[in-house]
Ligand binder design. Structure first.
Ligand SMILES: Nc1ncnc2c1ncn2[C@@H]1O[C@H](COP(=O)(O)OP(=O)(O)O)[C@@H](O)[C@H]1O
Ligand SMILES: [Mg+2]
Length: 265
């Protein structure tokens, strides 16, 4: 299809009035967000506020009790598992734990989505594997096992696996948690370069403000399952709302302290 004939398509991803509860626990409450193609949105918020649950709705790992999820002009929240295969290929997900398969080497880990979803020759798989390893700065480690890698390297291999199907949208769940500042910054740079070089739309859940300030085109704050702030970084950081300012400045409130004292988090 020629570029000119293509109508303006609006946001690549839309969440419309999402509600989600687990039994009596209300987690998401009327969450609506539109994501423009190519933008990096950082989702901030305290632990247990529904950030991971929100990301899981975008890839159909969870279904809303109410509301809609639209991806690239298609409603996906009601799709069956086979129907979801196609949109899911276009949405990469770096999970909170960045889990690799321990029994597989780096190449097998990275090629796993290709084997599942793409009909490629062994040579083409190897080429793609080498290319994504290069993109995350880990050339030539195909034969290594996950146990032989540092935490930061494992994250980068997981990221390489998440981008091997060349997604349009990348979801990152706390990509820098557990990494030291230098390794965190490597991940930030990778998120930036993927978004700029490949035009990937990124949604990054984090409570790392250094990372957020570096990568965000837009900041959204989720608090108790609701969007309480949504703005460009410079505007967001100046929002006069206690919940936002406490978070931005890394100050715990009474509720946070109670959570920690009770061993949650
Ligand atoms: N599959 C599930 N079943 C029951 N409760 C869940 C499930 N997933 C998440 N929760 C609960 O939903 C709340 C929000 O979780 P989550 O989105 O993981 O928080 P966070 O903002 O830290 O990522 C938490 O109280 C969590 O225990
Ligand atoms: Mg989480």
């Amino acid at each position: 299809m020629s570029k000119i004939a293509e109508p303006t398509r609006g946001p690549i991803l839309r969440l419309v009035g999402l509600h989600k509860s687990f039994d009596s626990l209300k987690v998401l409450s009327d969450v609506s967000l539109d994501f423009e193609a190519g933008q990096t949105t950082v989702i901030l918020g305290p632990s247990g506020t529904g950030k991971s649950v929100l990301l899981k709705h975008i890839v159909g790992l969870l279904r809303p009790d109410r509301g809609e999820v639209w991806f690239d002009g298609q409603r996906i929240d009601q799709m069956s598992a086979p129907q979801l295969v196609a949109p899911r290929k276009k949405i990469g997900f770096l999970f909170q734990m960045g889990a690799l398969f321990d029994s597989m080497n780096v190449r097998e880990n990275i090629c796993f989505p290709l084997v599942e979803h793409a009909n490629l020759s062994y040579q083409e798989q190897s080429r793609r594997c080498a290319s994504v390893l290069k993109a995350v700065g880990l050339e030539g480690i195909e034969k290594k096992m996950p146990i032989d890698l540092s935490g930061g390297q494992r994250k980068r291999v997981a990221l390489a696996r998440a981008i091997v199907l060349e997604p349009q949208v990348m979801l990152y769940d706390e990509p820098t948690t557990g990494l030291d500042p230098i390794r965190s910054d490597v991940i930030n740079e990778l998120i930036l370069s993927l978004s700029k070089r490949l035009g990937i739309t990124s949604i990054v859940v984090t409570h790392d403000m250094v990372s957020a300030k570096k990568i965000a085109d837009r900041m959204v704050m989720l608090y108790d399952g609701k969007i309480v702030a949504d703005a460009k970084p410079d505007v967001f950081l100046a929002i006069e709302d206690d919940r936002v300012q406490r978070f931005v400045n890394g100050q715990a409130d009474a509720q946070d302290l109670e959570r920690i004292q009770h061993g949650f988090d």
